[in-house]
Design a protein around this ligand. Structure first.
Ligand code: RAM
Length: 940
């Protein structure tokens, strides 16, 4: 008989090996962090030690041979963020690694499969390529558009023919650009990325990518091709044109430029580098207009025939211009690039007027379409993108403001038909208006390509309530549409900026849905890069300056603290805290100075901003929560997070300082904004005068708002007793408001958790399920497939109301209100992290009396799969949970009493080794290690 113990081998298996959050990546981090996930069939399993091997060749990846690092057996339970401590890593070095773990009985598991990473170019001297480009501005005519003019230079194409003398054993392309690039070898695109190298403050850092192109090369003649577009570097950004900013495009520079080097190792061991330089030729190709915001015009007749073939003669092409791009700081792109993540088929087409067809893609998303068409040379197909239709069936484009959002294709007349996908733009849309199509188009002529940062999906949520399921779907789609290199506010109109308020409020939800560890590693750097000299974090990052009055605002600027904190909470990332620490301290010093050392902000403290007070509880309904009250809350919240982060990185003295500061701010807050007798939040509304200059100031100001209580409760500005009373006030406010919410960007996330925390879970559920304006359900009833910017962005079947909507600022894909998902995951499914990265967590589902009988949620954490799933069945509550290896959870099972709870069909006291906690307020606590557990109890 096989006896596991006798073999003394544990079934503990390290899987999903990652380096700097990515699988087998190219990196330039000299001390990379390694992570793995453990699986085991044994319950309550954890790691007591691990051993990592790193070798320069796969053959050396064995004990005793590993030439880069052998960690030896290291005692500890860490499975993520383990820092490489081997030999110094060099440019281009490939590293293979594997790991094994010892279990709770100190039994040894098997080695993992091997994984790898490869170093990029670590020294400036590694770059020997030149910047090449072509300035077409003198030949570009402005194009009239909506009473203004657009300046859309064509995209240059570049060519260089090389000869490889031997067979190739290894080839890497190191590539970056100012603007956007596409690089091809013998007509085949390198990589699958779009919009590379992304958006950063190009004066501070510019990212490059590395591609393994070994399989794209052969011995002999090869054609290297590239094209460039303005992108964020020299194209249009945001609403600069709309508001008449002195600069509307070219915020970072005028002429896009490319820098690339193809490094080849032959089978005989020799190497060659083929770099961009004056040997490259340039011409204009088919791309007559190309802008990330406005779209592209492509004339297929203008593409030089056969230019990807080695027989092509480029002697009439000009020599590429060598561009003086200065001394740029080049770093390897640290995240998953923007890629096509899905394709979508149209669900219907209607001919809106003769020759004008509207394709309904059935889903609002960000991306492009691939056009398939057959016709004669010179036929011109125009694709216009929009999110909604007017009641008469016309495409709604008013809400796009100054984004042209149009792609045009001019046919070359290929009898076999032709296909086109734009290269350097994207749109936010559900509908495509097609004109000029030769004949009558069918659904086969258009395919939707979903673009976005390719962050792995790690969250799932399902109930037996169709509206709630649709809401969850809409949240995920909105995240996909807006996580496009940076977290944008919206994908469709002339904006698409990394608004900090939106990003801070949504960060928690984002990390439950997708693995955004690498994505936010990048954007948090953008945020620090965009910090003002005086310490405030900006309204959006990157911050190119699309309006001079866009400076900073309370609850927007705190993204500089909140987003790193959320990254730490989700992934246990302490390095990001260490790296940003100085900037964050500088920000806190700004607060100190701005508040004149008073630990709170009295009414009017931010009257110097435009709008006055900042953005406040943006897009709330009814009376406004005083922005200075919110500013005080966010100051105090930031101090509290600083204390926690300081502790996490071992800065105990700073932790004490911030702990003390956070307490002082809370005291000053309640001295000024709290009537301690009634526990009402109060303000001196008279200080705001008639409210002119404040966002919605004409509505008047009050401390007694849903947002005020929700924040004070959720962010710990009240003691336990006060919290319960304030919860009562909040519940009453909702009742007085016909059972509806009234919160904006700064209250929508906090509202439901604040209700749950104060015993009003029933009202939280009622708000979630409400279908009348304003509510999440209202959007869905009116056909939303994504989360809207405003509670009343659209109304079906009411043309009059529709006509009165504010189309100057109306997006149908804005994730901020989707932050309600935090409550759905934390409270409906009940999963809440305690220690960072779910090392310990709680599962405490709140079971509603009516309407919902089933909830199931899952999250692939950095420690593995967590799930909680409950259903009501025949008067019983069935709860199934799973807890990853190396973590512990406290599960709270709703029950009549402790004898009412069955675990795997047995009473708790009949189980050995189960740590039973208290029975308190209708819930039995049980502390569990890893495994899957089934509970049964009576429904109350
Ligand atoms: C809007 C943006 C964003 C918001 C700011 C205040 O224009 O769309 O969502 O944060 O304004």
């Amino acid at each position: 008989m096989l006896c596991i113990d006798a073999l003394a081998v544990s079934d503990l298996k390290p899987e999903y090996l990652r380096c700097e959050y990515l699988e087998n990546p190219f990196i330039d981090e000299k001390e990379p962090r390694l992570s793995w996930i453990l699986t085991s069939e044994v319950r309550d399993q954890h790691q007591t030690a691990y051993r990592i091997l790193v070798a320069s060749k796969i053959e050396l990846l064995e004990p005793g041979k590993a030439d880069l690092w052998d960690s030896d057996k290291v005692k500890g339970s860490e499975t993520s963020q383990v820092v490489y401590k081997g030999k110094p890593l060099l440019s281009r070095q490939k590293c293979y690694w594997k790991v094994k773990s010892w279990d709770k009985k100190d039994q040894e598991g098997e080695w993992s499969k091997s994984a790898s990473w490869e170093m990029g170019l670590l020294e400036k001297a590694d770059w020997n390529s030149k910047w090449i480009g072509k300035d077409f501005s003198s030949t570009t005519q402005p194009i009239p558009f909506k009473n203004k003019e657009l300046f859309l230079p064509p995209s240059p194409i570049f060519r260089n023919q090389i000869n490889l003398k031997e067979k190739v054993s290894k080839a890497r392309l190191y590539i970056t650009s100012l603007g956007l690039y596409e690089y091809k070898i013998n007509g085949e695109k390198v990589g699958k990325d779009f919009l590379a190298p992304g958006w950063t403050d190009y004066n501070k850092r510019l990212y490059y990518h590395v591609y393994d192109v070994t399989d794209q090369l052969d011995k002999g003649e090869q054609v290297l091709q590239a094209s460039l577009s303005s992108g964020w570097y020299s194209g249009y950004i945001g609403y600069a044109l709309l508001i008449g900013n002195p600069v509307v495009r070219g915020f970072y520079g005028d002429t896009p430029a490319l820098r690339a080097q193809l490094e080849v190792t032959y089978t005989n061991g020799e190497t060659s580098t083929f770099a961009t330089n004056e040997e490259w030729k340039v011409s204009s190709g088919g791309l007559l207009e190309s802008d990330i915001l406005h779209g592209e015009t492509f004339d297929a007749r203008k593409v030089p025939e056969n230019w990807s073939s080695t027989n092509f003669d480029d002697k009439n092409w000009e020599q590429a211009e060598i561009i003086n791009a200065g001394n740029r700081n080049l770093e390897l792109y640290p995240a998953q690039p923007v890629q096509m993540t899905e394709t979508i088929r149209p669900i219907e087409i209607h001919e809106q007027e003769e020759g004008k067809y509207i394709f309904n893609m059935g889903q609002n998303f960000a991306g492009l379409v691939k056009l398939k068409v057959k016709g004669k040379a010179g036929d011109k197909v125009v694709l216009k993108f929009g999110e909604m239709l007017h009641p008469d069936g016309r495409l709604m484009d008013e809400n796009l403001r100054m984004a042209r959002a149009t792609d045009t294709y001019i046919l070359k007349g290929d009898p076999d038909g032709e296909e086109w996908t734009p290269s350097f733009t994207y749109h936010g849309f559900q509908y495509v208006e097609v004109t000029g199509f030769p004949g009558k188009p069918t659904k086969e002529n258009i395919t939707g390509l979903v673009l976005g940062s390719n962050t792995p999906r790690v969250g799932h949520f399902e109930t037996d309530h169709p509206m709630v399921n649709q809401l969850y779907k809409n949240i995920v789609w909105t995240q996909r549409a807006n996580f496009v290199d940076i977290p944008t506010d919206c994908p469709q109109r002339d904006e698409r900026m990394g608004w900090t308020g939106d990003a801070q409020t949504y960060a928690g939800t984002a990390a439950i849905n997708m693995d955004v560890s690498a994505f936010f590693t990048k954007w948090i750097q953008d945020l620090h890069d965009a910090q003002w000299d005086y310490g405030a974090y900006p309204d959006y990052a990157p911050a190119p300056g699309v309006r001079s009055t866009d400076t900073y605002a309370p609850a927007w600027m705190e993204a500089g603290i909140i987003n790193p904190y959320e990254q730490y909470r989700a992934y246990g990332d302490t390095r990001i805290l260490e790296k940003g620490w100085e900037s964050m301290e500088k920000f806190m010093a700004f607060h100190h100075q701005k508040s004149k050392g008073a630990f709170f902000y009295p009414e009017g403290s931010f009257a110097d901003l435009s709008p006055k007070g900042g953005y406040g509880d943006w897009l709330s309904v009814g009376k406004k929560t005083p922005p200075d009250m919110l500013a005080t809350i966010y100051y105090g919240y930031a101090a509290q997070l600083m204390a926690e982060m300081a502790t996490a990185i071992g800065k105990s003295e700073r932790a004490m300082h911030y702990h003390d500061l956070s307490k002082k701010i809370r005291t000053a807050f309640s001295d000024h904004y709290l009537d301690k007798e009634t526990v009402r939040l109060v303000t001196n509304a008279a200080a705001y005068g008639d409210g002119k200059g404040y966002v919605d100031g004409q509505m008047g100001f009050s401390g007694n708002t849903q947002t005020a209580y929700a924040n004070a409760i959720y962010l710990d500005f009240l003691d336990e007793e006060q919290k319960m009373v304030a919860g009562g006030h909040l519940a009453q406010l909702i009742k007085d408001n016909d059972g509806k919410l009234a919160t904006g960007f700064l209250g929508a996330k906090q509202l439901l958790p604040a209700l749950s925390a104060t015993g009003h879970s029933d009202i939280a559920y009622q708000l979630l399920l409400n279908e009348e304006y304003p509510s999440w359900g209202f959007e869905i009833k009116n056909g939303a497939t994504t989360i809207w910017e405003r509670w009343d962005s659209y109304v079906k079947d009411d043309p009059e109301k529709l006509a009165s909507l504010n189309n100057g600022m109306n997006s149908f894909s804005h994730y901020a209100f989707g932050s309600v998902f935090e409550w759905m995951f934390h409270n409906m499914a009940g999963i809440k992290s305690e220690e960072a990265a779910y090392k310990t967590f709680v599962i405490a589902p709140e079971i509603p009396k009516n309407d919902i009988n089933y909830v199931s949620a899952r999250h692939e954490s950095i420690h593995g799969k967590i799930s909680s799933s409950w259903k009501k069945e025949g008067g019983k509550l069935l709860l199934e949970v799973s807890i990853p290896v190396n973590t512990k959870a406290t599960v709270f099972i709703p029950a009549k009493d402790e004898l009412d709870v069955l675990l795997d069909n047995k009473r708790l006291d009949q189980h050995e080794g189960i740590q039973k906690g208290n029975f308190y307020k209708g819930k039995q606590a049980v502390k569990l290690g890893s495994g899957t557990y089934k509970f049964e109890s009576s429904l109350n």
